[in-house]
Design a protein around this ligand. Structure first.
Ligand SMILES: [Zn+2]
Length: 300
């Protein structure tokens, strides 16, 4: 079972602003139009890469960036492909009623997680305005995926890039499952050590695993293995910002070739590879949903 835990719904002309799309792709080989991931393109990429399921993310940054990928849009896609897509809602704690919107997205729309973008919203993930949102997520039994690390968006606030800001959240909500996006790139070492301090924290490899050199990725995985947290890392891509096919190929190489690995650390074992590529994500979804999932409402 291969699960990509970090995939963006949304289409360039329909959702993203031109400014955002330009800034996000300026230093890559991508064109702004490549940020579009309509249904057919998403499913074709999953099939080509052998990906069984993805966590499909809404993205609410309207207050700062002037656009959002709405919860309803993600819920519609997930209702059409419940066997392939697990939807994550997104809310902005800087606007009133965020906790209620999350509650509705889970109870009425059938979404199964929350994605937040604190630095894009110029807020710390530990800002007290998030606390009733975290409380609600904890009550609903859903995981919270928090953007951590660098972003090329120039509207974002770099004071809030650090994954270490999540430590206070991990302490204050010990029952909340939190996933740190991008392994906190470029602070991947401190991010691994943060996971070692808090059993409720996970991290995804999106962007980091696709764009860093294989020795850099292997070194981070070896550090995670040595710190006892490799079983809380989740493979993900950030598609369409990175390809699934390319990333699956790279991960398979890290399971086969000792070349990129440090001398004292072997390649991923079959068991480690299976956990990283989807086993842990499947377990997390199953255990993080103690409440019966409501039937998704199609065609809203
Ligand atoms: Zn992302």
């Amino acid at each position: 079972m291969i699960i990509d835990t970090h995939v963006h719904a949304g289409e360039y002309y329909r959702h993203y602003s031109a400014r955002f799309a330009q800034q996000m792709t300026a230093t890559t080989d991508l064109a702004p139009e490549d940020l579009s991931a309509p249904e057919a393109k998403l499913l074709a990429e999953m099939d080509a890469a052998g990906v069984d399921r993805v966590f499909l993310l809404a993205f609410d940054v309207r207050r700062v960036e002037g656009f959002s990928v709405p919860n309803e849009f993600v819920a519609d896609l997930c209702a059409r492909h419940p066997d392939r897509l697990t939807g994550f809602a997104s809310v902005d704690a800087g606007t009133p009623g965020a906790a209620e919107r999350l509650s509705e997205a889970v109870t009425d729309l059938g979404l199964r997680g929350l994605k937040t973008a604190p630095c894009y919203l110029r807020m710390s993930p530990a800002d007290r305005r998030w606390y009733d949102v975290y409380e609600t997520a904890s009550d609903l039994g859903i995981p919270v995926l928090i953007h951590t690390g660098y972003t090329p968006s120039r509207q974002a606030d770099p004071r809030f890039f650090s994954p270490l800001l999540v430590e206070q959240v991990a302490r204050d909500f010990p029952d909340l499952t939190v996933i740190l996006a991008h392994l906190g790139t470029p602070w991947t070492g401190p991010c691994v050590e943060l996971l070692a301090r808090h059993a409720n924290l996970y991290a995804d490899l999106s962007i980091f695993g696709s764009y860093q050199s294989l020795p850099t990725v292997a070194k981070a995985l070896a550090h995670a293995r040595g710190s006892g947290v490799l079983d809380r890392l989740l493979w993900g891509t950030d598609f369409p910002f990175a390809s699934m096919t390319g990333s699956v190929t790279r991960m398979a190489e890290l399971a086969r070739d000792p070349g990129p690995w440090p001398d004292d650390s072997p390649p991923l074992s079959p068991r480690e590879y299976e956990a990283l590529m989807g086993g842990t994500a499947a377990r997390l979804l199953a255990s993080a949903a103690p409440h019966a999932a409501p039937a998704p409402r199609p065609n809203r």
